[in-house]
Design a protein around this ligand. Sequence first.
Ligand code: PLP
Length: 391
Amino acid sequence: MTTSFNPTPRTLMGPGPSDVHPRILSALGRPTIGHLDPEFVGMMDEVKTMLQYAFQTKNELTIAVSAPGSAGMETCFVNLIEAGDTVIVCQNGVFGGRMKENVERVGATAIMVEDDWGKAVDVAKVEAALEANPGTKAVCFVHAETSTGAISDAKAICDIAHQHGALTIVDAVTSLGGSELRVDDWGIDAIYSGTQKCLSCVPGISPVSLNERAIEVIKNRKTKVHSWFLDLNLVMAYWGGEGKRAYHHTAPVNALYGLHESLVMLQEEGLENAWARHQKNHLALKAGLEAMGLEFVVNEESRLPQLNAVTIPEGVDEAAVRTTLLNQFNLEIGAGLGALAGKVWRIGLMGYSSRAENILLCLGALDAVLTDMGAKINSGAAIPAAQALMK
Ligand SMILES: *Cc1c(COP(=O)(O)O)cnc(C)c1O
């Protein structure tokens, strides 16, 4: 007979999900109540207020879509973009390619602005594309490219887009809670994120926020939104305050308890302190990895603290290393994705995973496994180098 599933506890240092804090895990186990129960509705209002804090926005339309980050992405595209529109899509990794898919699937034209994987989006190229394509409806880009570990200058891209009258759609799945992000100050019109990266909640929910300008665009659509489930006109009626809440779908009640708890923890820590913690821990991990002899893919000024992509020492079977880390150390790190598959490891320091003991575990385990495989690394150098930055 099949028995209960009890996963081996792992330390999650890949591209997500990240380690879920015990406080969040215990919130998930609280009694399920009805999703229209006044207590639950009150909790959802708190989630909304705390998401506004996390996004640094006053946007009324700030909600948690009941599905993973990819659904937040799709929510923005199916609502804002219509057949016949022209959209500039910046691609410097895997996730920009998904934006292109979304644009084309609604029947719009994607003008690609491509940068090398591992580089930030080049603002001058975005400007040139806007000049070459008057009437562009939106510019979309990934703030923190999880496939490469590069962060782009969201404010500069939004400024240039607005100068040309275009909306901005921003993927902040990996940046929310981990890197500076200011939706209102930077003029981001539509943004989506995920819960399983720097918020350290369980996967399956996607925070999104749209400003008045974006809502106007939705209200003035020529055609009905093609997705019933993601149609924000309907979702807004479900989330929108005013005491009356129309049934649209059953919210993932317990998962939202988890998100609520993770946002309470973010408030307790302070958003700016969370950003600073991610940066400090990144510097300690970086010191250790470099002391060992591994090199970063992304240059220093575009480097994402929560996702560290490093090259693999010559002659090393990268998949075998990851398997050994998982089997012997219960440690997960990420493989390369897309153009970087087989060429890099992606070491995540996201949310609750971003802490000193994880850094030391990862460096010690990598050192042991690589040394055992006979790789050419500076054995024993990593931990002292990281420790020096932890005092
Ligand atoms: C993880 C991720 C996504 C997709 O999120 P899911 O929750 O896996 O659907 C989208 N964009 C970026 C940048 C991501 O890192």
